[in-house]
Design a protein around this ligand. Sequence first.
Ligand SMILES: Cc1ncc(COP(=O)(O)O)c(C=O)c1O
Length: 444
Amino acid sequence: MKDDPKGTSARDVLARDRRHVWHPFTQHGLGETPTVISRAKAASLFDADGREILDLISSWWTCTHGHSHPKLNAALAAQAARFEHVMFAGFTHEPAVALAERVTALLPADLTRAFYSDDGSTSVEVALKIVYQYWVNLGQTRRSLLVAFDGGYHGDTLGAMSLGRGSEMFGAFSDLMFKVCVLPFPGTFEGDEAVEAREAEALSAFEALPREHPQEIAALIIEPLLQGAGGMRVCRPSFLKRLADAAQGAGVLLILDEVATGFGRTGTLFAHEQAGVVPDLICLSKGLTAGYMPLAMTVAREAVFEAFLGDSFDRALPHGHSFTANPLACSVALVSLDLFDEEQTMAQIARIEVRHREMLAELAAREDVTRPRVLGSILAFDVEGLGAYQSAESRRLRDWYLAHGLNVRPLGETLYLMPPYCITDDELTRAYAGLVEGLDSIRP
Ligand SMILES: Cc1ncc(COP(=O)(O)O)c(C=O)c1O
């Protein structure tokens, strides 16, 4: 095994994995063999034989500046030498305070209070608990109804699954989920002529809710501009703005789930910037630590935070995790934010978007490609016949890409690229060529 300093063979790792590991979103009964990764650098992963795999989906959309970045590695080591972790109730530390200052300064208006947790799902779970208890603390105990979008995905803890019930991924748990009003999502694409009608339908479905459920709606949650796991479905900034105005005009709290869209993915640091929307709560994770460490933030407006103040614990938010505000993660996140300036990351994203748009024209000309779309660093399109999430056809295509050195994983009928921002032009050229070759390989 060339790349493993311990000299453990890939076969040995796989045999041990098979005996003791339960992988996420994986049907072990299919007997599929995972790829053993032993090294990663910039946009590439290297398997146990030293074979390069371009990480075209940024390891579940987390890796922003590239794998094993020297400055991020150094930040982690330096913080580990100071202290690795301390409980976050009754204690605090500079990296967590500095990160809360830095992130809230990047957000609009009075989004000033950062509550830390560990991953995207928990950042959503925290937002849910905050909006629910906010209304309880204000004495409006009937306001418990949540509104979400068809095809939305907010994570896989119970509350987050309930909000994402429109994704139809979690059927086995339907009895455990709470009630959520699900709105149609007006996903759009290049050349879409019916987008306005779909947006009007979604808006009027939302506007009817406060009439049907007076004083009962606690909050509306949306993935701004891009439904990620639901199939990289894009909506227009003008729709997001009109929706936000309607929600806030009706006295409904607005939660933006920027777990996937945050930290540059859509071409601006945060997706909501493109719509000029100021939410009441925003969920952040994934790119927060450049993909290094599990860390999340739910940032709330100051007025929301104030509703939790009082002289007894009853009004406080009863939530927290063992690793809340982990100092290693906060330190890496701070250096990741520095890199946005030092490496002119937003310009890199703009470069990727230009390349994606050039490729879009080629893809749109293909008969097997429908609904092509580009948003910042994301290129997506649909391929009829690929079937549902993890269908045999989509797994076959995923395996074809992997065998050709590309980490590309279809989401149902959707194929997409979401590379680390450090990807080079040559690597993009290689990615596009492989993408097309893979499509050709499944043509009848
Ligand atoms: C928009 C969005 N919210 C929440 C989550 C859940 O994040 P995690 O997988 O880190 O729990 C995801 C994950 O893909 C996501 O895309």
